[in-house]
Design a protein around this ligand. Structure first.
Ligand code: ZN
Ligand code: ZN
Length: 700
């Protein structure tokens, strides 16, 4: 509304339609008025009619409008460009720039060559665009030619061009050359430093990023938010908490908290430095969070193996209506796998299908691994089959999944298939393959594979491979061969290898070798309570009660702590429930203990006898707390599952320790008495309990 200067009541004004006075000032006019390609057509027609198109500044403006303002108008812009009689550098610039960013950097490069051929002189903007095109294409050879041309055209001191040159070399992985350009810069501004740092970031040379920033501070050049984001990212990767905190403080003191990317990087830095709770506090205080912020926090929890919290936060993210991206989903799937949270992971799979997201190798492999860890091998294979492309990691995840689900033979079939497809296995693949041999008791295959590892595939066995071999031999009862194998290892056996041998000694009741194994473990590292318990068990099973007691007293005197306390997880209707041994705090105490009591009574009536003698000496045994075997965490979880689900529903439990003998017997009985399938994943394999027996055939 317009008011007059006299302060008199405003007259009612009739609306005047402004008729666009076409080319009074076509320059601003075209850029502002053209919102659709129809507008552009009209302007274009008008310019032709009035012959104004012959004026280069006007035609270039039309070009710019077409190329930059309108989406998908690149072809239109190109057709205008092609009709220009003698396009000058400006016109070339517009098209080269648009091609670089919009359609095809390759065409941008071609046009640049044409431009040089037509002796239109490139300016700094041309060089900057064409270098960016080279970066995008990782076209080092072409980039070098442009570099030479820059020198020839006298731009070798142009900071703007040289910064893009640094970026180009860094994108092509030529960091040393990039650094040379940087070091030779006549004048370095923040932009130059940022370009160099971004190059190091892109090539994951985190140490150099930090180093460069420290030099920047020494020289007192100043920095901006782009610098800080690079440095914070690096701090997270090299766990430089001190510098990270310094930047955090700077961000706080300088009121940069509104920069969502900056604060997200701060969250990421704290999480990667192991300060997950601090990261969470910053995350909670953010005014706005985008998918990157949520992902940073979720993967922070997942990397810290705080999977429960990762999933809870993911549910919050869903409530906040933020769509997850690939990074979020990979973290979430990992956590679902660890927890056995089938519902949540399935939701992710469903979401990928619903949104028709591309099943990338990373995402697909995460899904394979997740389903395998939940004991759903059919789904795992189905994902593998529907992936448009797979790599060695996908094959390995599948082979490992089959192996730990007791399908050792099938795992080896896939291993053979993988070689037929000319995918070269890596060292992790062999761990999966040995795991298959172990679970299926395939000793000969394992021996042959171990020999062919270095011979045919050029992979030197690592300590893990040796350990697997010892395990395979030990489990097959070939304890002497296992011992000789350890003695003849090409690298020093570590405590894990001796521990594996110790475990085999237990099964074979071999006292002498067990004693030596424990001696070796003590020599190499601080022993676990499990080591003493194993030796004590060996004595007990050989009828040497006195020695068994002596070892246990020794353990108590030396105050050997348990590695971890037993924890079992069950997911029901999307909610994750955790159970600990009875002494731990449990939100469902009353209900859970009653259910467990009833469950145990029923299986006892069916003939189950608690095996306290062996169970007392096993995984969840705890001397101080005297946890009774009937309250081992998986029993609590199973009892809870029984009362909270419909009859016949399969129960899926995951557990952080090895299943003890007593729980194994009890679960077999439960599967029969309650007519349930129960799938328990312990720390290294699956037990599919059904109709009173287990898929592991009591060998685990
Ligand atoms: Zn148990
Ligand atoms: Zn079993």
């Amino acid at each position: 509304m317009v008011s007059t200067s006299h302060g008199s009541p405003a007259k009612s004004l009739t609306a005047i339609t402004v008729i666009p006075q076409f080319p009074q000032n076509p320059k601003t006019l075209i850029l502002h008025k053209c919102k659709t390609s129809r507008d552009l057509n009209q302007v274009h027609a008008h310019l032709i009619k009035t012959r104004l198109l012959l004026n280069p500044s006007i035609s270039e403006n039309l070009l710019e409008s077409a190329a930059l303002i309108l989406p998908n108008a690149m072809d239109y812009a190109l057709s205008i460009f092609r009709n220009l009689e003698q396009p000058d550098a400006l016109a070339y610039n517009i098209i080269i720039r648009s091609l670089t960013f919009k359609q095809s950097p390759l065409n941008a490069l071609a046009l640049f060559i044409e431009m040089v051929g037509n002796s239109a002189l490139p300016d700094e903007f041309t060089f900057s665009s064409v270098l960016k095109a080279c970066s995008r294409l990782r076209a080092l050879r072409e980039g070098e030619q442009v570099h030479a041309y820059i020198v020839k055209c006298g731009f070798k001191a142009n900071g703007f061009v040289l910064n893009t040159l640094i970026h180009m070399y860094a994108s092509c992985g030529e960091l040393e050359v990039a650094r040379q350009v940087f070091d030779d810069l006549p004048e370095r501004n923040v932009m130059s430093w940022n370009s160099m740092m971004a190059g190091y970031v892109k090539n994951e040379r985190w140490g150099e990023v930090v180093e460069l920033f420290q030099r920047l501070l020494e020289l007192d050049i100043g920095f901006d938010e782009v610098t800080l984001i690079s440095v914070l990212t690096a701090c997270g990767r090299v766990a430089n908490l001190e510098l990270g905190e310094w930047i955090g403080e700077y961000v706080r003191a300088n009121g940069l908290k509104g920069n969502i990317a900056m604060v997200t990087t701060l969250v990421d830095m704290y999480a990667k430095c192991g300060r997950v709770d601090k990261a969470r506090r910053i995350f909670d205080r953010m005014d706005r969070r985008d998918v990157v912020s949520w992902s940073a926090m979720i993967s922070g929890y997942s990397q810290a193996n705080r999977c429960r919290e990762a999933i809870d936060l993911f549910h919050d993210m869903q409530k906040a209506n933020v769509d997850p991206n690939e990074v979020t989903m990979v973290s979430v799937l990992y956590c679902c796998g660890v927890l056995g949270a089938l519902d949540t992971g399935k939701w992710v799979d469903f979401y990928i299908k619903k949104k028709k997201m591309k099943l990338t190798v990373t995402l697909g492999t995460a899904l394979i691994d997740f389903y395998a860890k939940c004991g759903c091998m059919d789904d795992s294979v189905e994902v593998f089959d529907r992936m448009p492309s797979v790599n060695v990691f996908s094959w390995t995840a599948l082979i490992q999944g089959l192996a730990s689900n007791g399908q050792g033979k099938r795992a080896l079939e896939y291993f053979n298939l993988m070689q037929e497809k000319n995918i070269k296995p890596n060292d992790v693949t062999f761990i999966a393959v040995f795991s298959a041999c172990r679970h299926a008791g395939l000793v000969n295959e394992a021996r042959n594979l171990f020999a062919s590892m270095s011979k045919d595939f050029g992979i030197e066995p690592r300590i893990e491979h040796y350990g697997s071999m010892v395990d395979i031999l030990g489990r097959a009862g070939l304890i002497e061969e296992a011992y000789q194998f350890v003695r003849n290892m090409r690298i020093q056996p570590n405590a894990v290898v001796w521990r594996t041998l110790l475990a085999s000694c237990r099964a074979m009741k071999n006292v002498e070798m067990g004693e030596e194994a424990l001696q070796q473990i003590i020599r190499l590292e601080t022993p676990h309570s499990g080591d003493y318990i194993l030796l004590s068990n060996i004595y007990a099973s050989a009828g040497r009660r006195e020695d068994a007691l002596r070892v246990r007293n020794q353990m108590r005197e030396n105050r050997i702590k348990k590695v971890a306390s037993g924890c079992s997880v069950i997911q029901l209707d999307g909610v994750i429930y955790e159970f600990f041994a009875e002494n731990m705090v449990c939100p469902h105490s009353e209900e859970v203990y009653n259910a467990t009591h009833d469950m145990m009574k029923q299986i006892e009536a069916a003939g189950y006898v608690p095996n306290t003698a062996d169970g007392r000496l096993d995984a969840e045994e705890d001397d101080m707390q005297q946890t009774s075997v009937s309250h081992h965490s998986e029993k609590l979880a199973i009892a809870f599952g029984l009362i909270r689900t419909r009859p016949g529903t399969t129960l899926r439990i995951s557990k952080n320790l090895r299943v003890c003998t007593d729980c194994h017997n009890a679960t077999k009985m439960i599967s029969k008495v309650f007519n349930r399938e129960i799938i328990v994943r312990d720390w290294n394999r699956f037990h599919h309990f059904k109709e009173g027996s287990c898929s592991c055939n009591d060998y685990w």
